[in-house]
Write a protein that binds this ligand. Structure first.
Ligand code: PEP
Ligand code: MG
Length: 573
């Protein structure tokens, strides 16, 4: 089976199949509806207490992100519409309260599922969770949870409710396989925080998975192997043994300076999505934040984040970074990042549509709110901001003008702010890459977004499995484009960073060194490995490899060539 790997890592264990609704609901007519309703109210109290208990037991680092989920469930539990449906069913139709809860929940679920708003759609699972919990209490039957798993297991389920995931026995659950789910679903957010390998979108998982069957999963590639052969098991064991040693060897690269063998200095920054990532960033030796994807702040709630909330988040991160750079990317809505509260209409080609800077410039108040929060956070830290999806000079000029306006307003009100405006742009459209020389005169730094640059350069959707061959970071055309961007940046005296996934591909890192990339911004777990490769690179050798690499015409051949250069190392990860 194959799905989408959303939390990397390999695991091997028996499948723990969590099948659908384990509590059966029967309909009964009751003699004494008043007593029956009292029974429901008592169960509701217990349910609320259980949710409070789960929140109280959460480790500190998980609480901030996940509290919201359970707060929302507590709100649902008090929702007058939901309670009204139950009360009417019990008191007027005289049905048992298990059945009343089930029917009321089904009505809400149908309502949520039919909503256009993705945020509310994702809340369906919270209603499922509440009704299961209530009925487990009412029937006295244990709701199937993952806390009680005593054997090493890989959980397979249609989807996991937030409380099931939060209740996971971390010592025993080695991996998670889901038929549904998306990379921003609640369960995946929690799995990522726990560093449990996870694959979502596995078609036919529940039809094929057998409880107790041995499975090997790879959260990087999305592959699932059932009943592995001896050879596959040996391969897995070799992988984990190697991974363990590699991780230990990498420890020293969490602390040392980032410098090539011949003394070229670089920085390894991290890509983050929330304030919670800062602890892991510092533990892994991140030298700053090269990309804060702020979309997740906008996805977190039903309404847009206020300036105060944004200011708090940005300035807290800046403070915790203690002078290390914090590059905040302005809102990159659209594409695959649908933000319900913005109410953007569904589009035929969202990646070519009303995305990022295009939306922001059309909504200056929203844009200025974010810029204002960023400039204010700059008063107490080393912050700058960059703009995604820039395709024309006009977009840069209008952004700068808005930033100047915001700065003047802050000054007028006597509100402390960064002082100088430091604006960067993401180079991720072919237009920006092609005309990099002109763009470099208008911005303070470049950050190359290789994820989008690759998809747009080759007109190959980054979400479409069928065109992954085109969408390869080993495409020589991509390398030549990046070299051109670097040269334009250097010529105009601005810094050039890479913040897309290509920045952490081991075999490509020497090429980035040779091209004069200043900083690489990578996923947090990749920091030590990226630094190790830079520290083991000699600029003259890298320049030789780059010269040859740039002559290739095919991605496969280039990858093969780089494999030979790095025969003792993994090329892709
Ligand atoms: C990119 O496009 O390379 C990038 C870093 O941004 P995102 O993946 O968020 O589009
Ligand atoms: Mg991008």
């Amino acid at each position: 089976m194959v799905g989408i790997g959303v939390v990397p890592g390999m695991a091997k264990a028996k499948t723990y199949l969590l099948d659908e609704d384990t509590v059966l609901i029967e309909k009964r007519i009751v003699d004494d509806p008043e007593t029956e309703y009292q029974r429901f109210l008592a169960a509701k109290e217990v349910c609320g207490a259980q949710l409070e208990e789960i929140m109280g037991a959460m480790p500190e680092h998980m609480a901030a992100d996940n509290r919201e989920i359970f707060d929302y469930q507590l709100l649902l539990l008090e929702d007058t519409g939901f309670l009204g449906l139950i009360q009417t069913a019990v008191q007027k139709e005289q049905v048992n309260c298990e059945y009343a809860v089930h029917i009321a929940a089904q009505k809400y679920i149908a309502l949520f599922e039919n909503m256009d708003n993705d945020y509310l759609k994702q809340r369906t699972i919270d209603m499922v969770d509440i009704s299961r919990r209530l009925n487990a209490i009412l029937t006295g039957k244990e709701q199937k949870t993952l806390t009680g798993i005593l054997e090493d297991s890989i959980v397979a389920a249609a989807d996991l409710t937030p409380s099931q995931t939060a209740g996971i026995n971390r010592d025993r659950v080695k991996g998670i396989l889901l038929e549904k789910g998306g990379s921003s679903s609640h369960s995946v957010i929690i799995a990522r925080a726990m560093d449990i390998p996870c694959i979502v979108g596995i078609e036919g998982l529940l039809d094929q998975a057998i409880h107790g069957e041995m499975v090997i999963m790879n959260g990087s590639t999305g592959e699932v192997i059932t009943n592995p052969t001896q050879a596959q098991t040996a391969e897995y064991e070799a992988y984990t043994a190697k991974e363990k040693i590699e991780k230990q060897q990498l420890d020293r690269y969490k602390k040392c300076a980032t410098q090539t063998l011949d003394g070229t200095k670089m920085q390894v920054y991290a890509n983050i999505t929330s304030e919670n990532d800062v602890t892991a960033l510092l533990e892994n030796g991140g030298e700053g934040v090269g990309l804060f994807r702020t979309e997740f702040l906008y996805m977190a709630g039903e309404s847009l984040p206020t300036e105060e909330l944004q200011y708090k988040v940005y300035s807290n991160i800046a403070k915790r970074l203690e002078g290390r750079p914090l590059i905040i990317r302005t809102l990159d809505a659209g594409g695959d990042k649908n933000i319900g509260s913005l109410g953007i209409e569904k589009e035929e080609n969202p990646f070519l549509g009303y995305r990022a800077i295009r939306y922001c410039l059309d909504h200056p108040e929203l844009f200025k709110t974010q810029i204002s929060a960023i400039l204010r956070a700059g008063a107490g830290g080393n912050t700058s901001f960059m703009v995604p999806m820039i395709a024309t000079i006009d977009e840069v000029l209008r952004t700068r003008a808005l930033a100047e306006e915001v700065k003047a307003e802050l000054e007028k009100k006597g509100i402390p702010h960064a002082g100088a405006i430091h604006i960067g742009m993401m180079v991720e459209t072919p237009a920006a890459a092609f005309d990099a020389d002109r763009f470099a005169r208008e911005v303070d730094f470049f950050s190359i977004g290789t994820n989008d640059l690759t998809q747009y350069l080759f007109a190959a959707d980054r979400m479409n499995q069928r065109v992954t061959g085109l969408n390869s970071y080993f495409q020589p055309t991509l390398l030549r484009a990046i070299k051109h961007i670097c040269e334009c940046g250097k010529r105009n005296g601005i810094e050039v960073d890479i913040c897309g996934q290509a920045g952490e591909i081991p075999a490509l890192i020497p090429l980035w060194v040779a091209m004069g990339v200043d900083n690489l911004s990578v996923s947090i777990p990749a920091i030590p490995k990226v630094r190790k490769i830079i520290c083991e690179t000699r600029s003259s050798d890298a320049a030789e490899i780059m010269k040859k690499a740039l002559l290739f015409d095919s991605a496969q051949e280039l990858e093969e060539f780089l494999k030979q250069q790095f025969s003792h190392k993994e090329v892709r990860r």
